[in-house]
Design a protein around this ligand. Structure first.
Ligand code: HEM
Length: 472
């Protein structure tokens, strides 16, 4: 496989025979409807590389580990520019809010990343353990055995947002953080709604207009918070305080606008909540796996929340989380843009081509993961995929900065929740996939909370989830 200057006579990209005028738009709509299905279909029909419209290759799929490696190891040629498609108004709050690491490249990205790295060091993040335990305990105390949680996914998202308020911003989620939590949740909803993506009109009543207004309010709140923190004494433990005081070798730090962009970025923890939601779904459907995990939790923790040291001993929990992230990577696809005309394998791509990579597809290649549709945590006892074969947290210079935080919060919450409850899907529920920033159950996850030792009969589940995982 090669990349480099454009070849003299490159072959035409594979892809569907597209209709005149609306070729790529139609494929775009199909993709938005169910991205995992679209990516898998493209891979099965056309192989690792294909275009939405081969006549005008503006949107190209580059799937599988070899192409992951090409995209992620040449950041100067395949640049990151999240939100480019959203066409955000220049100088708008939404533009500034989203101007974080995922829109930076080259020296600017390196500078921000270097300044931010210390705030995300495992040792520092481990200090968030007590906060995470506290919020989780309070949430679980509100739940009772026997009750139905119609949107367990939303319960988890709320919990994760509260944790984020405190650990990232030092904000009391029941006080100053209430409004910000609501606004962030609303913004995530609006920014990923198909109506906002397709109808980008700043008119009264339009979701796009509401998104811009919500972004303005978030920017104002973050601005006040940053000013307050700049004036406060040193020694505060939240991530934003660490970013404010961070300095490079020339003594330079991040400006207020830069801090706003990065602050928003690190607050988007919806991925952790999505991943926990899928893990609980998978465990319910695989009682044997759940029983093994419960046994590990019982013998290691005896009902108490884990310490950071104990977390390292929960080996089976680690396998379960890895396997859940393989089958349901919350960021099931990523995008890059070509910064110049270049070659991708044998194909020629013009400058500005949007290139998609997909962890969802890579994680389902049978040569990497035998019986890929099977939820089998045991596979991780021997599996040793490379960084381009298993990519739930991305790879290359933009790989997830919050990976340790994500794993810490997921493992703490899951181990506490599963010692107190045995969640099971409401009988007859439908589970479909959808992309809402993260890969999530489209209609949410309705669960009944049973006692941990209860062993319910596994009832059939409806929905397109069967295309993602083999279910018992
Ligand atoms: C299970 C949870 C999570 C998953 C699956 C996940 C996944 C990812 C992926 C795939 C990327 C790479 C994006 C790209 O290359 O375009 C990324 C980047 C990033 N993530 Fe996460 N993430 C998670 C949780 C978090 C959390 C909790 C934080 C913050 C505390 C966080 C902060 C970031 C940041 C700041 C970046 C941008 C890094 C850069 O561009 O240099 N993530 N994440």
């Amino acid at each position: 496989m090669t990349t480099g200057a454009v070849a003299a006579r490159a072959p035409r990209l594979p892809g569907p025979r597209s209709l005149p005028l609306i070729g790529w738009q139609l494929e775009g709509l199909r993709m938005l409807g169910d991205p995992p299905a679209h990516f898998m279909r493209a891979f099965e029909r056309y192989g690792p590389v294909s275009a939405w419209d081969p006549r005008k290759p503006r949107h190209v799929y580059a799937l599988g580990p070899e192409y992951n490696q090409l995209l992620f190891t040449q950041p100067e040629r395949f640049i990151s520019d999240a939100f480019r498609e959203s066409n955000l108004p220049r100088d708008s709050a939404m533009e500034r809010l989203t101007f974080g690491l995922l829109r930076l490249n080259g020296a600017a990205h390196r500078k921000h990343r270097t300044l931010m790295q210390p705030a995300f060091r495992p040792q520092r993040i481990d200090a968030c353990r007590d906060t995470i335990i506290g919020f989780t305990q309070a949430e679980l105390d509100r739940w009772t055995v026997g009750e139905t949680r119609p949107r367990l996914d939303q319960d988890l998202l709320r919990l994760i947002m509260r944790i984020a308020m405190q650990t990232m911003f030092g904000l009391d989620p029941a006080g100053d953080g209430v409004r910000l939590q609501y606004l962030i949740a609303r913004l995530l909803e609006l920014a990923s709604a198909p109506t906002t993506l397709l109808l980008r009109v700043d008119l009264p009543g339009a979701p796009y207009r509401e998104m811009l207004a919500v972004a303005r309010e978030i920017e104002d709140i973050l601005g006040v918070l940053i000013r307050r923190k700049r004036e406060a004494e040193a020694g505060q433990l939240d991530v934003l305080s660490a970013l404010i005081t961070a300095r490079d070798e020339n003594g330079q730090g991040l400006t207020d606008d830069e801090l706003v962009g990065e602050a928003y970025n690190v607050l988007c923890h919806s991925t952790s909540a999505a991943s926990m939601t899928w893990t609980l779904f998978l465990l319910d459907r695989h009682p044997q796996v759940l029983a093994t995990l419960q046994e590990e939790l019982r013998t290691t923790l005896g009902g108490a929340p884990p310490t950071v040291e104990q977390l390292k001993k929960l080996e089976y929990l680690d396998l379960v989380v890895k396997e859940s992230l393989r089958l349901f990577p919350p960021a099931s696809f990523l995008m890059r843009y070509t910064s110049e005309a270049c070659q991708l394998g044998p194909y020629e791509l013009p400058e500005g081509t949007m290139v998609f990579a997909s962890a969802y597809v890579t994680h389902r290649l049978p040569e990497l993961f035998p019986n890929p549709q099977r939820f089998d945590p045991e596979r991780w006892r021997t599996a040793t995929p490379t960084v381009h074969e298993y990519t739930p947290f991305g790879a290359g210079p933009h790989n997830c900065l919050g990976r340790h935080m994500a794993q810490l919060e997921m493992k703490l919450v899951l181990s506490m929740l599963l010692q107190r409850f045995r969640p099971t899907l409401v009988p007859g529920a439908r589970v479909d996939r959808a992309m809402r920033i993260s890969l999530v159950p489209k209609l949410g996850l309705p669960m009944v909370l049973l006692a941990p030792d209860h062993q319910p009969r596994v009832t059939p589940v409806r929905g397109n989830i069967h295309a993602s995982v083999e279910l018992v």
